[in-house]
Ligand binder design. Structure first.
Ligand code: 15L
Length: 270
């Protein structure tokens, strides 16, 4: 893999990933609406609005693989999600197909399955249960990826990212924390593993309280190095600052589930 495009390169995960992938692939092409500061050697920038097909085609031309982080990264109004995440994601895969890109790694999210209760351990073969318009867009992205993989032979990896960062921020994040270096491992499996055709991985580190069966990722050699339990005190201190949220605390998606919620007041049967 010579040239890898990172969409959403100016965002939080993009900025971190760029630094961690430095020297791994000879050329990193970065795209976003705004140019990231301080381009390093081996990096170049192509401005692209994901909802504009012509701009997306330009951004993907000539790359071997894509890490698609671009789009809106939290819950938002339908118009925003529609343009950035639904149309944007379709454009990205369709443009990649037109330009012969062989591999796409899609940044999906835990919010594609946020409405599973915390007491249930889930694998990647359970039906999606999005907890938000944002979560719907991630489930949509996984479906778009499956279409291009099975119809057109593209190799596609979906990483249902938990919470990416240097430490677990609260109790929920103890279960879904993703150390940046562990995301790099998953991305590299998606870009390089010779046997991979279409897969869904959970983007979580080696967390004692994980709600996910990440067997699929382990089969491809994923060996997470982060352990959230080592930062238990920090996570509990963060939790102590949060308001009570009985609905959010029942489900894996937390506040994404309780926001706008007018479902069953006693969801313990889900
Ligand atoms: C996500 O998918 C979001 O992009 C991120 O901002 C966090 O909210 C994260 O999920 C989470 O669930 O903590």
């Amino acid at each position: 893999m010579k040239t890898v495009l990172i969409t959403g390169a100016s965002g939080g995960i993009g900025t971190r990933l760029r630094a961690l992938l430095k020297g791994v692939y000879p050329e990193l092409r970065l795209s976003d609406m705004t140019k990231p500061a301080n381009l390093a050697a081996g990096e170049n920038f192509v401005q692209a609005d994901l909802s504009n097909m012509a701009e997306v085609e330009k951004a993907v031309t000539g790359v071997d693989g894509i890490v698609h982080l671009g789009g809106f990264s939290v819950e938002g109004p339908w118009e925003t999600i529609l343009n950035a995440n639904i149309i944007g994601c379709y454009n990205l895969f369709e443009a990649a197909h037109r330009k012969g890109v062989k591999r796409v790694v899609f940044a999906s999210s835990n919010h594609a399955v946020g409405f599973y209760p915390r007491q249930r351990k889930i694998g990647t073969d359970e039906p999606v249960r999005p907890d938000s318009r944002y979560g719907i867009s991630k489930a949509f992205g996984e479906a778009v990826g499956a279409f291009y993989a099975f119809k057109h032979g593209m190799r596609v990896t979906n990483i249902r990212i938990g919470n990416f960062g240097d430490m677990p921020l609260d109790k929920r994040r103890l279960s879904i924390w993703l150390k940046p270096e562990d995301l790099v491992q998953l991305v590299r499996i998606g870009l390089d593993h010779p046997d991979l055709k279409y897969e869904i991985f959970y983007g979580g580190s080696d967390n004692d309280r994980s709600w996910w069966d990440n067997e699929t990722a382990f089969r491809y050699g994923y060996k997470p190095t982060g352990r959230s339990e080592a930062m238990l005190a920090e996570a509990l201190a963060g939790q102590a600052k949060l308001p009570a949220d009985p609905i959010g605390d029942w489900f894996q998606g937390g506040p994404f589930c309780s926001a706008e919620y007018d479902g069953d007041k006693n969801p313990s049967s889900y």
